[in-house]
Design a protein around this ligand. Structure first.
Ligand SMILES: NC(=O)C1=CN([C@@H]2O[C@H](COP(=O)(O)OP(=O)(O)OC[C@H]3O[C@@H](n4cnc5c(N)ncnc54)[C@H](O)[C@@H]3O)[C@@H](O)[C@H]2O)C=CC1
Ligand SMILES: O=C(O)[C@@H]1CCC=N1
Length: 267
């Protein structure tokens, strides 16, 4: 399977790394494009094909992954239109706020388009990836799902929910990282060296997430097991809630979802 990633920045390169790690394909089967090739030198050394010519790079691809910023999309789609084969290729896009319809309007009506929303932990095969389509066949969706299943968990959702998925899962990486960083700063205040505090906070967060995923448990059920009566956990937790902990996370996710829906301007 030949994959071309158009726009090899943060998420494009994370995906490339994840796919090779998963052994789904070899680096030589992945073509990476970027405006200037200098940014891809290390990847070329690892065996990836690299190019600054989007039109040439999509020609032989079975799967195309569009991974440029929303404001760069129209220019790129104009560039590649004549090199796309709508009968043979599957077109995927990780671009926030750009619909399948937007892409087909710029390319071909009958092109199979799948929107995919991964996050940067795709580089270590730990992504939560949401995908949606309005026209791809079951067979094409199966191929896309199989690809992204190798680099984390996947869920098919309605396309209207893609901007919400962006906020919860893609932006979510930053939200949870900031939470871990904040916990580590608390850890320093109560006596640990910064490096130890960060490792301890990260492993604790991983354990909490795995309690939910591995036991199919609910957060409040697990919280009840930690909060001893009159104990220190409930004291700390309530202090955080009095300061708006849950509320801040909810408001942040709502704001991100709103902005995600406004990122693409058709010009
Ligand atoms: N960063 C993330 O965690 C996630 C990002 N996304 C989406 O992925 C897209 C890319 O985001 P990032 O990777 O963060 O941005 P980025 O700025 O790191 O990457 C975009 C890349 O596209 C390249 N590029 C720009 N114009 C180009 C052109 N004409 N031809 C070839 N390459 C070109 C840039 O040089 C850059 O390397 C955005 O639409 C974003 O909404 C989706 C999920 C997660
Ligand atoms: O911040 C952004 O707009 C992109 C989309 C999701 C993650 N990063």
């Amino acid at each position: 399977m030949k994959i071309t990633i158009i726009g090899s920045g943060n998420i494009g390169l994370s995906l490339a790394n994840g796919l090779v790690k998963s052994q789904l394909c070899a680096a030589r089967e992945i073509t990476l494009t970027r405006r200037t090739l200098a940014g891809l030198t290390d990847f070329a050394k690892q065996g990836f094909k690299t190019s600054d010519n989007n039109a040439a790079a999509v020609k032989d691809a079975d799967i195309i992954v569009l991974a440029v910023l929303p404001q760069q999309v129209n220019k790129v789609l104009d560039e590649i239109r004549s090199s796309i084969n709508p009968d043979k290729q599957i077109f995927t896009s990780v671009v926030s706020g750009v619909t399948c319809k937007n892409i087909k309007e710029k390319l071909y009506d009958n092109l199979q388009v799948v929107r995919v929303m991964p996050n940067t932990s795709i580089a270590i095969q730990q992504s939560m990836t949401c995908f949606a389509t309005d026209n791809a066949s079951a067979e094409s969706l199966k191929i896309v799902k199989e690809i992204f299943d190798t680099v984390g968990m996947t869920i098919q959702i309605n396309e209207e929910l893609m901007t919400s998925a962006t906020a919860l899962c893609a932006c979510g990486i930053a939200f949870f990282l900031r939470s871990i960083r904040a916990a580590s700063q608390g850890g320093v205040e109560v006596g640990f060296h910064a490096k130890d505090a960060l490792m301890m906070a990260a492993q604790t967060a991983k354990g909490a997430a795995d309690l939910l995923l591995q036991l199919a448990s609910h957060p409040e059920k697990e919280i009840d097991k930690v909060t001893s009566p009159k104990g220190c956990t409930i004291a700390g937790l309530n202090e955080m809630e009095h300061n708006g902990f849950s509320s801040a996370m909810i408001k942040g996710i709502k704001t991100s979802a709103k902005i995600a829906g406004e990122l693409y301007t058709k010009e």
